[in-house]
Design a binder for this molecule. Structure first.
Ligand code: ATP
Ligand code: MG
Length: 571
């Protein structure tokens, strides 16, 4: 394509509202424009990249035996009632009524629609297993859309759903999809890691997330330095040497105005690990809906709220108000687990501890010499602390933390949806049975941003060859007829060879052309100018490295060999 015909509205300055590099570069390089909060236009360059990401995904999904279909974006809300997920999904589900008063929603995911389809079409075990996928726009009314394509409200997702006669078949497909995802992210040239994940609002048993490692990632992942163990901190389990207190009688100590764990520990003269930090929450959803509960971790640990939410089988947990705390016999700033009129959940590291310090539920007083099992009523123990860097893995190795961008997730859902949605089949004995199910998502548009997070430099985006919107940028320097003819000739040859080339024939200064080419991120650069032409030569090179002079006649073969092996797909 000729640059002057191409719609690439580049910007000279970094847009003020763009915090992360991918958002800045995709705006500056003329790939995306914001329509409204979390909703974007994909301009021609972005669409070219998006189509390439989709092509790799399609190839690997088909190779793995999945079939593509397309489901609607609009879904009847009744289906969400039937699957018992309407309340759980909450305000992220955008709901509306049509002219007949029927309530619908915009699909944030498609378990309901596919189960509804399968409940009508599935008859016999002979039709199973089956894996159906689509690439389609999703809508989630995210509370904080941000970082451009990374967390949008409308975004492109690849979602696949598999159905099986039994869990053995499901787990085989889970592994098959896990391997397909590994191939996809490897082909896209990403530095990524698969980690054990919480199943969140979607439910089910096993789950893994795939994270692109980048400092701008919203997730924190913990991984062992000596074995394969890696998990989202929402789920990661590790241990460390914990301070052990010595047995003592329960007593009180005046601690005027000392409320933080560090302050109290310093005042009492113990390590923060011997302090019990107590947090009070109100539970939303599940059997404990509306109840107020207390949760405790050691003073030098953080409570991992997803672990607590999971333990309580809640949809959400919110910090309790001062009044709610008073109602269970506590007082803000001096809350402790002893004598609270509420269930108390303690991190397992607190089991069998003595000589601990905690709030007393009286103003300006703390308890000392606390023995957890002796002194606390209604105590439940579970893993609630957040894994920290340096913790010990069960293999004995050391845990490290990295930030990750979640680009995909696979779930073994079991019968969580197929049972309420009545996805049944007739088994070999002629009896009706509930099918078991898996689901597998990839954030296609988020992936595009994640690639930019990993592949960029001072000059702009450095697309891997396989994703670049054009493989070659041909820059004509000067306005002479000789340059125009030589450029035109090469342009035609490249096109004839099926190599996507952007010909910058604009009447712009060379500096502008080079800057734009770098910013947009086209891998191979060819520069044709009068000086070189006199000797029958042009400049050839890869973005980000030195160009060399080559005879015009060698440009085609040099381009082909430069792109070969790097493109991972057709040129
Ligand atoms: P997150 O934890 O980031 O909110 P999720 O776990 O809710 O994501 P899934 O239901 O697993 O998301 O959806 C599958 C994939 O869709 C995710 O792995 C992610 O890559 C992508 N995705 C989810 N939400 C968004 C969003 N708001 N914008 C862009 N991509 C998204
Ligand atoms: Mg997810």
């Amino acid at each position: 394509m000729r640059y002057s015909n191409c719609f690439v509205p580049t910007l000279r300055d970094v847009p003020a509202d763009a915090e992360v590099i991918s958002h800045q570069l995709l705006l500056r390089a003329g790939y995306i424009r914001r329509v409204t909060s979390g909703v974007y236009d994909y301009l021609p360059l972005a669409l070219r990249v998006l189509r390439r990401v989709e092509a790799v995904i399609r190839e690997e999904m088909e190779r793995a035996g999945a079939q593509e279909l397309l489901m609607p974006m609009v879904q009847p809300t009744e289906l969400w009632q039937k699957s018992e997920r309407l309340a759980k999904y909450g305000p992220e589900l955008l709901r509306f009524k049509d002219r007949h008063g029927h309530e619908s929603c915009l699909g944030p995911t498609h378990e309901e629609v596919i189960c509804d389809l399968m409940s009508r079409e599935l008859r016999s075990y002979k039709q199973l297993p089956i894996n159906l996928y689509q690439i389609q726009n999703k809508f989630r009314d995210e509370i904080r859309p941000r970082f451009g394509l990374m967390r949008g409200r409308e975004f492109v997702m690849k979602d696949a759903y598999s159905f099986h006669v039994d869990d053995e078949s499901l787990m085989a497909e889970y592994k098959n999809m896990f391997d397909a995802y590994t191939r996809i992210f490897t082909r896209l040239g990403l530095h990524f890691r698969a980690v054990e994940a919480d199943t969140g609002s979607i439910g089910g048993s096993d789950s893994h997330e795939f994270h692109v490692l980048a400092d701008s990632g919203e997730d924190l992942i913990a991984h062992c330095d000596s074995c394969d163990y890696a998990a989202n901190v929402e789920k990661a389990i590790a241990t460390r040497d914990m301070a052990a207190g010595s047995a003592a009688a329960l007593g009180e100590l005046a601690t005027p105005k000392l409320t933080t764990a560090e302050e109290v520990a310093a005042f009492v003269g113990v390590e923060p690990g011997l302090l019990i930090k107590t947090l009070v929450y109100r539970v939303a959803g599940g059997e404990m809906d509306g109840q107020v509960i207390a949760a405790c971790v050691r003073g030098d640990d953080q409570l991992q709220d997803v672990k607590l939410m999971h333990l309580l089988q809640a949809d959400a947990i919110d910090m309790a108000t001062d009044e709610e705390i008073e109602n269970i016999g506590g007082i803000t700033g001096f809350i402790g687990p002893v004598g609270l009129n509420a269930p108390v959940y303690l991190d397992s590291s607190l089991a069998k501890t003595g000589g601990m310090v905690a709030g007393s539920n009286k103003r300006d007083v703390h308890l000392i010499g606390l023995d957890v099992e002796r002194d606390i009523n209604q105590a439940h123990f579970a893993d609630l602390r957040e894994t920290r860097a340096g913790d010990r893995c069960s293999c004995g190795g050391k845990m490290a933390l990295s930030r990750g961008i979640e680009v995909g997730q696979v779930f073994a859902l079991g019968r969580r949806y197929t049972e309420p949605m009545e996805v049944l089949f007739q088994n070999q004995q002629g009896r009706r049975e509930v099918a078991t199910m898996g689901c597998y998502g990839i954030g296609v548009s988020r992936l595009m941003a994640a690639v930019v997070e990993q592949c960029h430099d001072q000059g702009g985006i450095a697309w891997p060859d396989i994703l670049a919107p054009f493989k070659v940028v041909l820059i004509s320097m000067g306005k002479s007829e000789a340059v125009r003819i030589a450029s035109m000739d090469l342009y035609t040859q490249l096109q004839a060879a099926g190599i996507e080339v952007l010909w910058d024939e604009r009447n712009e200064r060379p500096g502008v052309k080079f800057k734009d080419a770098e910013l947009i991120g086209i891998p191979v650069q060819i520069v044709i100018g009068d000086r070189g032409l006199k000797e029958g030569k042009a400049e050839f090179g890869r973005r980000g490295s030195e160009r060399r002079e080559l005879p015009l006649l060698e440009l085609m073969s040099a381009t082909i060999s430069e792109l070969a092996g790097n493109s991972g797909a057709s040129l």
